[in-house]
Design a protein around this ligand. Sequence first.
Ligand code: NAD
Length: 497
Amino acid sequence: MTTLTRADWEQRAQQLKIEGRAFINGEYTQASSAQTFDCLSPVDGRFLAKVASCDLADANLAVENARATFASGVWSALAPAKRKARLIRFAELMRANLEELALLETLDMGKPIGDSSSIDIPGAANAIQWTAEAIDKVYDEVAPTPHDQLGLVTREPVGVVAAIVPWNFPLLMACWKLGPALATGNSVVLKPSEKSPLTAIRIAQLAVEAGIPAGVLNVLPGYGHTVGKALALHMDVDTLVFTGSSRIAKQLMIYAGESNMKRVWLEAGGKSPNIVFADAPDLEAAAQAAASAIAFNQGEVCTAGSRLLVERSIRDQFLPRVVEALKAWKPGNPLDPATTVGALVDTQQMNTVLSYIEAGHQDGATLLTGGKRILEETGGTYVEPTIFDGVTNAMKIAQEEIFGPVLSVITFDSAEEAIAIANDTPYGLAAGIWTADISKAHKTARAVRAGSVWVNQYDGGDMTAPFGGFKQSGNGRDKSLHALEKYTELKATWVKL
Ligand code: NAD
């Protein structure tokens, strides 16, 4: 947790020298078109930087450099223990620059400085370090062959990886990809979201300082439909890893099919159910968790517990607790260390969230708390954490990912009904289950089609467990050793003895 005051952070913000250029082959460079876009802060609308608006020409140049670096073996052929050492140094440099990176993240996308400095940046550094530490401890296989044969099953880096990431945890999502992509020896072209490019641009320099050779990590800021599309259609990108919406994820599969059949791994959206049974062991803990599951990071979380499924018999005693718990999550200036809910990432996202609140009213749901834009006078984009009761799962606010602090409460009468409602969306990213009955917990966990299930907690986990989705929440997994599978090809080599 930061010990700096809001005034300290403001002062540091005034002194920041923000880099907005692309990073190709170890150097900062303008977009080849020299085009830029203005990066504005959702905190109060202040101008932060002119950012390079990369396009096809920059994608071609970055991929060409990434390919040449990969082919040279300067990184791909380095002993895993040596890659490990440099990646750990990279993680250490992120930690050494924590204040600057946290400030950039908060100014750029509006999350509380307490979160960016205690969760996002340390988490990003840890994601790099965890995978780096593992990489010289994973072995390949020898096949059970007859004695006159030797069958080797080896993993090789895929080559050039393009990583396209979102704005809600800008550096953390990037590092969930960079850790395993770099540890396995690939060269990477990273495209951050146009809404939050600043930390990705900054760490490119830290990677070179850490001894990761020029050309191994390239960063191309710009729009999805320009540079993102160019990377996804590129004939010399071997693997495309993505975190973002399911709509764009589907588009990327089409691009891969239209180009070189590059491998495509997608971490996409969610509409996660948080199921509270009447026999939950601690209703207060469940209420607190239900509130943080929708308010943390302004609700801009892929795993947000955006559908609260409550068993009818406890509904009347439980919901007032949730409303009370959510009141503690008050939006405020994200540079104030006491703030727990910051600004939504931009005006467009705020308007999307407000339009879903309107849809909730129109569909006949009952507003329990929140529902309005606030702090408009600051020039920032703040929306009150909001709860709708009386939601049916067919309503728009129950089916679509809002990606803001809007909670839909749905009542159920049996475990079967809860499971049916939980599974009745196109998504399958995460779920919470609250019950003291261990059999019911396991049976429900098995029946819910989701990549992560939390029992008597919400949003648990660390680098040791894989993270990703069923159904239209995506494929493949980030984190854990399973993530290495996305960045390597399996090779079988048969030697006649
Ligand atoms: P988005 O899909 O709009 O954009 C994600 C990235 O894709 C951005 O960098 C964007 O520029 C790029 N992009 C957009 N159009 C493109 C195109 N035609 N070709 C190539 N690239 C393109 O998503 P977002 O609004 O940035 O992020 C929010 C979404 O991310 C939510 O749906 C959320 O659930 C999801 N998310 C998922 C996870 C997970 O691990 N499953 C984690 C965080 C966020």
